[in-house]
Design a protein around this ligand. Structure first.
Ligand SMILES: CC(=O)SCCNC(=O)CCNC(=O)[C@H](O)C(C)(C)COP(=O)(O)OP(=O)(O)OC[C@H]1O[C@@H](n2cnc3c(N)ncnc32)[C@H](O)[C@@H]1OP(=O)(O)O
Ligand SMILES: N[C@@H](CCO)C(=O)O
Length: 343
C-alpha cells in the first residue's frame, strides 16, 4: 500500500473558529492510500471518531486495504487527524506559536464544523474537487454529515455508521460525567501533558460502559469463581481499558473533543429543524446501525434514514455495542460492497 506514513499539511495562516477565537496557524496530519486517478473521481475520505488517528488502514484494517471493501488499488483514500486531537493535527498539546509553549487548557473550544472546515483546507491542498465516498462512524459520522451539508456539491455518496444528526441529551450527559471525572483530578490544568491522567482513566472507564453493554460484559467478563469477594474480572477489564487510553491520549484532548461532540447539531444556524436539514442531503447514503449500541442507539440512525431522501438503512446484529462500527468489519463490508457496486 502506497503513502502509508503520516503526512503533514502546514497551514501558515490564521484560522477562525466558530466560537470567534482564532488559531494563528494549523498543522493537519493525514494519511493517504492509493493514487488519485486522472479523472480525480476515486476519492474515499474517512472521518475518524473520538480517540482514533489518521491511519485508517490500521484502526479500520478490516475495511481499508488491498482486497478489502475500501481498496487502495481502486480508491484514493484519505483520512485526516481531527482538529483538537493529539495525533499530529493542531490541538491542546501543540505549541502555541504566539507564546512558544503548549496550549493545554488555553486551547479554544472547537466544533464539528471547525473540524470539517479544516478537512476542507486539506481537501483543497490535495487538489481534490470531488469526494466519491465520504465515510464516518460515531463522531466521524458527525463530521461526514456536517461536510455533506457544508459542501453538498463536493460529496457524491455518504456512508454513516453508529452516528447521530445532533448530539443527544444522553450523549451530552455522558460526556459531562466524563469531564467531571477529569476535572476532579487535582492535577487537571497543570501545565503538563499528563495533567488529569487519573481523571482521564476514569473518563475512559465511563466511556467503555457506553461503548459496550450488559450482554457483552456479562458474556466476556463474568467471574467463573462464585466464591470471590474481590478482584473481579470486569473491574480489571475496566481499569485496563482506562490505563490503555492514558498511555496513548491526554486529558486536555479528551475534555476538548467531548465538548466538540456536544456542539454537534446539524440544524444549528441553518434554516429549519433537523428534519429539514437532513432532507437537503441529496447524496445516496448508506447508514449502518449496531443493534446493541447504547450510546448512539439505532433510533438515531433510523431517524436520519427517514429524512435523507436516498437513504439505505441496515441494522447489524452485533453484541459489541457502539464499538461494533470499529470491530464488525465483515458484517459492515457485507453491506457496503453491494451498495457501492450499485452506485
Ligand atoms: C496510536 C494508537 O494506538 S491509535 C489506536 C487506534 N485506536 C482507535 O482507533 C480507537 C478506536 N479503537 C478502539 O476503541 C478499540 O481499539 C476497539 C474498539 C477497536 C477494540 O477494543 P479492544 O479494547 O481492543 O477490545 P476489547 O474490549 O475486547 O478488549 C481487549 C483488551 O482488553 C484486555 N482484557 C480483556 N479482558 C481483560 C480483563 N479482565 N482484565 C484486563 N484486561 C483485559 C485484553 O487483553 C485486550 O488487551 P489489548 O488491547 O492490550 O490486546
Ligand atoms: N471507542 C472509539 C469510538 C468512540 O465513539 C474511540 O475511542 O474512538
Amino acid at each position: 500500500m502506497k503513502n502509508n506514513a503520516t503526512q503533514y499539511f502546514n497551514y501558515k495562516q490564521p484560522f477562525a473558529l466558530e466560537s470567534g477565537d482564532v488559531l494563528p496557524e494549523l498543522t493537519i496530519a493525514y494519511h493517504s492510500y492509493g493514487t488519485l486517478n486522472a479523472a480525480k473521481d476515486n476519492v474515499v475520505w474517512i472521518c475518524h471518531a473520538l480517540t482514533a488517528n489518521a491511519d485508517a488502514a490500521d484502526w479500520w484494517n478490516g475495511l481499508v486495504g488491498e482486497g478489502k471493501a475500501l481498496d487502495p488499488e481502486k480508491y484514493f483514500i484519505v483520512c485526516a487527524n481531527i482538529l483538537g486531537s493529539c495525533y499530529g493535527s493542531t490541538g491542546p498539546t501543540s505549541v502555541n506559536p504566539e507564546i512558544g509553549k503548549p496550549y493545554y487548557s488555553q486551547f479554544p473550544l472547537v466544533t464539528i464544523r471547525d473540524m470539517v472546515a479544516v478537512h476542507i483546507l486539506l481537501r483543497k491542498h490535495l487538489s481534490i474537487d470531488k469526494i466519491y465516498l465520504l465515510a464516518g462512524g460515531s463522531m466521524g459520522g458527525y463530521q461526514a454529515l456536517e461536510w455533506c451539508v457544508m459542501e453538498s456539491t463536493v460529496i457524491d455518496n455518504l456512508f454513516l455508521l453508529a452516528t447521530s444528526a445532533a448530539e443527544s441529551a444522553w450523549g451530552i450527559a455522558i460526556h459531562t460525567a466524563q469531564r467531571l471525572a477529569i476535572e476532579a483530578d487535582p492535577t487537571w490544568q497543570n501545565a503538563s501533558e499528563t495533567a488529569g491522567s487519573a481523571g482521564l482513566k476514569a473518563a475512559r472507564a465511563i466511556g467503555m460502559l457506553t461503548y459496550r453493554n450488559y450482554e457483552i460484559m456479562v458474556e466476556r467478563q463474568s467471574d467463573p469463581d462464585p466464591e470471590k469477594i474481590n478482584n473481579y474480572r470486569a473491574e480489571s477489564y475496566i481499569r485496563y481499558q482506562g490505563d490503555k487510553l492514558v498511555n496513548r491520549f491526554n486529558a486536555y484532548t479528551y475534555w476538548l473533543l467531548t465538548k466538540a461532540m456536544d456542539s454537534h447539531n446539524l440544524s444549528r444556524g441553518r434554516s429549519g429543524n433537523l428534519e429539514d436539514v437532513l432532507q437537503t442531503i441529496a447524496q445516496p447514503t448508506l447508514i449502518i446501525g449496531i443493534s446493541s449500541d447504547i450510546l448512539c442507539p439505532v433510533q438515531e440512525q433510523v431517524f436520519i434514514s427517514q429524512q435523507v431522501p436516498d437513504a439505505t438503512y441496515v441494522e447489524i446484529h452485533s453484541s459489541y455495542g457502539h464499538d461494533g462500527f470499529l470491530i464488525e468489519s465483515d458484517r459492515i463490508a457485507t453491506n457496503l460492497v453491494p451498495w457501492l457496486s450499485k452506485l
